[in-house]
Design a binder for this molecule. Structure first.
Ligand code: NAP
Length: 488
């Protein structure tokens, strides 16, 4: 690394919050120790509580010991990381409290600045305004916005308009941490570097696509946030639609940020808007009730936090249609839920069956090819192909086998999504971040469904904690003569 490469000040607003400790600090610790973040860079925590630098270092150490795998944590590495830390006290509700931050940043006025807003979106506009008024926004400044950016198109616009008063669009990095996962980036590698997939990737050859993001955890202390959002706003509108875009988009003319994002936004604009009749037939929303996971009893969503009323969905399933040439007639079934039987995130590309079978049983033993891209719990890519069962049986017998496409790792440690994304912001590469028009197109489509749900066009279903979701979600896909992929 040259003397100035990846040299920047990373400023974490909300730096003593959950996300900062669980994801951002561990990611920066690894980036420092793996030599990706220049050793002269500073990691400036902006927090409300008044702590000395030594107290702050002690707290970060304790949190890293909790959130970094024990074999990756050692005192020497921590000392190197701790040397880069700074802490300042700011109250976002009090504009006059930015003095300490200004004094620190003014020590290196020309240095690249990554302002990471790990706070409630209610503060995004205020913080940007204060940075501007304290003269802390330079041409080398970038700002990272955590999700959720609003809870509908209107509120998302309001937040973005506020931030855009102080930062240019090119300086704004809207994070969707799913895009930082190696396997998610591999979707582009797989699609656009293998001729093999090129002629197969369309309505002539693909029967349908499934995207599932299932979590076995509940809201884990984030009820206050979650109950205002639910599965549609928290997962579908962002993570699942982003995955759908990567599967459905046309090849970009290059890997530069705008070429990739131009293609993604075209997909979002091609999503068929749902009419009230579509909402009734093609969407399912549900909330979990008590059940059990791994033999342990789990309370229902409302009982878990002791409330009597909540109309927030913890599960959503939809049939999505894309109105363009490539995907005409190919449904995308997407679903996401909390407190499901198992943690599992996967994309399944289901190819059409062969046109005619020459094998025994009229080919009933032939399963159609599938490409299964698993993101969680273990990242993997499998192509399911038919193969002969070795042996001398009179009639040729077939079985489905997995061709595993797992590339050997460059390093022994698989980087976390936040490492990739933070490094991209440090390098000023916005390819994996959402542009304003993408966010707006996604909200425009999702808002119609949310409005229909608010009008109770489709009733709220329930499902037991630890199950695969409500039976209505199974019926949603079975009505079309298909079923959810399940390998467990
Ligand atoms: P959090 O734990 O509540 O952290 C927010 C931080 O902001 C807290 O440390 C809080 O300080 C600070 N803060 C609140 N009011 C302040 C004020 N007036 N002045 C200065 N600081 C103030 O929330 P989080 O879970 O880290 O989430 C941060 C953002 O990331 C949110 O937008 C969230 O939706 C998003 N996000 C979080 C996760 C996750 O896993 N946590 C995942 C995806 C996205 P105190 O500690 O003093 O209260």
């Amino acid at each position: 690394m040259s003397e100035t490469e990846n040299l920047c000040d990373v400023i974490i607003f909300g730096g003593h919050g959950d996300l900062a400790f669980r994801k951002l600090m561990p990611a920066l610790y690894h980036l420092t120790n793996d030599g990706y973040l220049n050793g002269q860079s500073r990691i400036i925590t902006v927090a409300r509580d008044n702590m000395t630098l030594e107290e702050h270092r002690g707290l970060v150490k304790k949190k890293l010991q909790e959130f970094v795998r024990p074999d990756y944590f050692d005192e020497e590495k921590f000392a190197r990381f701790a040397a880069q830390m700074e802490v300042v006290t700011v109250d976002f509700r009090d504009t006059s409290t930015y003095e300490g931050l200004k004094a620190l940043l003014d020590l290196h006025p020309d240095r690249d600045r990554v302002n990471y807003l790990s706070t409630s979106p209610d503060f995004f506009g205020t913080i940007c305004k204060d940075l501007f008024e304290w003269n802390l926004i330079t041409p080398q400044s970038r700002v990272v916005l955590e999700k959720p950016i609003g809870r509908d198109l209107q509120s998302s616009r309001a937040i973005n308009e506020e931030v855009l008063k102080y930062f240019q669009e090119s300086q704004i990095y809207r994070i969707d941490h799913y895009l930082g996962k190696d396997t998610v980036q591999n979707i582009m590698a797989l699609r656009f570097s293998n001729r093999f997939f090129m002629p197969l990737w369309d309505a002539n050859n693909i029967d349908h696509v499934q995207i599932t993001v299932a979590e076995s955890v509940g809201v884990e202390g984030r009820w206050g946030y979650y109950d205002d959002y639910g599965a549609m706003r928290d997962m579908i509108q962002n993570h699942l639609l982003q995955l759908l875009c990567l599967i459905a988009m046309e090849p970009p003319c290059s890997l530069d940020a705008d070429s990739v994002r131009d293609e993604k936004v075209k997909v979002l604009r091609s999503l068929r808007p749902m009419t009230p009749a579509d909402i009734e037939q093609k969407t399912v929303r549900a909330q979990y009730v008590q059940g059990s996971i791994n033999g342990q009893p789990v309370p229902g969503y409302k009982e878990g936090v002791g409330v009597e009323e909540s109309t927030t969905e913890t599960f959503a399933a939809l049939r999505v249609d894309i109105d363009n040439w490539r995907w005409n007639g190919v449904p995308f079934y997407i679903r996401s839920g909390k407190r499901m039987r198992q943690r599992n995130s996967e994309i399944v590309i289901q190819f059409k069956s062969i046109p005619h079978s020459i094998f025994a049983n009229k080919g009933r033993c032939i399963s159609s090819n599938k490409l299964v891209i698993t993101l969680q719990p273990k990242e993997s890519i499998k192509l399911k192909l038919m193969n002969k069962i070795p042996g001398l049986s009179e009639q040729m017998r077939l079985q489905q086998v997995d061709l595993e496409l797992n590339a050997p790792m460059e390093t022994s440690r698989k980087p976390e999504a936040y490492e990739r994304l933070l490094l991209d912001v440090i390098r000023a590469n916005p390819t994996l971040f959402m542009r304003l028009d993408e966010v707006e197109a996604a909200w425009k489509w999702a808002d119609l469904i949310l409005e229909g749900w608010a009008e109770n066009i489709v009733p709220m279903k329930s499902y037991s904690a630890g199950s695969d979701g409500p039976s209505a979600a199974i019926a949603l896909i079975e009505r079309d003569g298909r079923s959810w992929h399940d390998e467990s």
